[in-house]
Each structure stands twice: as structure tokens, then as C-alpha cells.
Design a protein around this ligand. Sequence first.
Ligand SMILES: Nc1nc2c(ncn2[C@@H]2O[C@H](COP(=O)(O)OP(=O)(O)OP(=O)(O)O)[C@@H](O)[C@H]2O)c(=O)[nH]1
Ligand SMILES: [Zn+2]
Length: 212
Amino acid sequence: MPFASVTKIADADFPTRWGHFRILGFEGVTTNPQPCNEAIPAPATRTEAAVALVMGDIHAAPPIVRIHSQCLTGDVFHSLRCDCRQQLELALATIAEAGTGILLYEQQEGRGIGLMAKLRAYELQDQGRDTIEANLELGYAADCRAYELPAAILKSLGVKAVRLITNNPEKVEALVSAGIEVTERISAVVPTEPTFDRYIQTKRDKMGHLVG
Ligand SMILES: Nc1nc2c(ncn2[C@@H]2O[C@H](COP(=O)(O)OP(=O)(O)OP(=O)(O)O)[C@@H](O)[C@H]2O)c(=O)[nH]1
Ligand SMILES: [Zn+2]
């Protein structure tokens, strides 16, 4: 899914409870995106938006970077079906403590299947399916995400090497194959809750997430 273009749309001051960032908006145009569900044809081109929260001097050394996939339910409503909100807070706190880093927030809700499909997947999980089985039963791939846009944003920021906060080996591989060195993987393990134990176990057992 190559990117035809990546454009910086905005760059503004951004104070947060974790510290002072800049907030940058980016848009990328993909050509020939792969369909995520064979019953739903992909458009010929697709515009994707992503936000970068940038703190400090990101060029002095490989910066701490988090690529966070949108999770409305977790990020906004503090859902305890998943660990997304805790991971977002961990990433912002880690960057703030270091005084420098980048949080890339990309809008691949529900591992790229979209919000409505994710809520339908939740219904199936309420009936006993795990997070992967639910996606497959709805006709979607287990994970429809690609990381070309975050990689292209890092390049446009002049970042060639990163210390990546993640448990997901696919994110490391995606950056490396896009030509960005990952000098360190920083664990994104957060305290688990009974309400998302099974979700974490499924990601470990079926998706190879590095969660101990
Ligand atoms: N389809 C689907 N998506 C989910 C579900 N729960 C969370 N998500 C989405 O999963 C994405 C987050 O992915 P995770 O697997 O938690 O983490 P990751 O980003 O792959 O890896 P880390 O970097 O280790 O956090 C977000 O897009 C969420 O909206 C679910 O049950 N079904
Ligand atoms: Zn989530």
C-alpha cells in the first residue's frame, strides 16, 4: 500500500497534563489499498489522517516513539475491554519523563476494520468468540492495519531511528521494512484487568504479542 503523498497540514502548540507538546496534523494518500473484507471493495485511493504529538529535541538521539492505533472506546471512554487507554497514558508519561519523543495517533480504529465493525465484533465476543475469531466471522482479516503513514511521517520529521514503545512485533517489522531503524523496543505491558485478560492472552497466543 504505497503512499502517493504525505502532507503536513498543521503544526500548533499543545499543552497537556503530561507536559508541553506540539501537535502536528498529517494527511497521506494511499493508492490501491488492500481490501480488508472481500465483501467490501477498497477504493482506488484513500486519504488517511494522523496526528503527531512531538516533545523536545527529536534529533539529538533516536527518540522514544509510540504508534497508537485509534480506540474510541478505550481512549475516550476508558473502556476496560482493552488496554489501549492505559497504553496511551504509559506512552505519554514515558515521553514526558524523557523530555522528548513522538506519539503518532493513527485512525485505524478496531485494527483497521472501523468503529461499527469493531462494535459488531464486541457483540460476537460477548457470545464467546475471541477478538480474532470475531473479526474473521465478520469477513475481516484479524488485523487490517498497515504502518506506511506513521513511517512516512517519521521520515518527513527527519527521524531515521527510533526507540519504539510496543508489544507488537508487526509494528517493529513494519518500521524496519520502511527503512527506519528500531534501536530499542520498549515494553508496552500495562497492569491487566479481569475484563481484558482474555483479550491480552489472545493477542499473545494468536498474534505473537510480547506480553510475557
Ligand atoms: N477488531 C477489534 N479491534 C480491537 C479490539 N479491541 C481493541 N481493538 C483495536 O485494536 C487496536 C489496538 O491494538 P492492540 O492490539 O491493542 O495493540 P497494538 O497497537 O497492535 O500493539 P501495541 O503497540 O503493543 O499496543 C486499536 O485500533 C483498537 O481500536 C477488538 O476486540 N476487536
Ligand atoms: Zn482499545
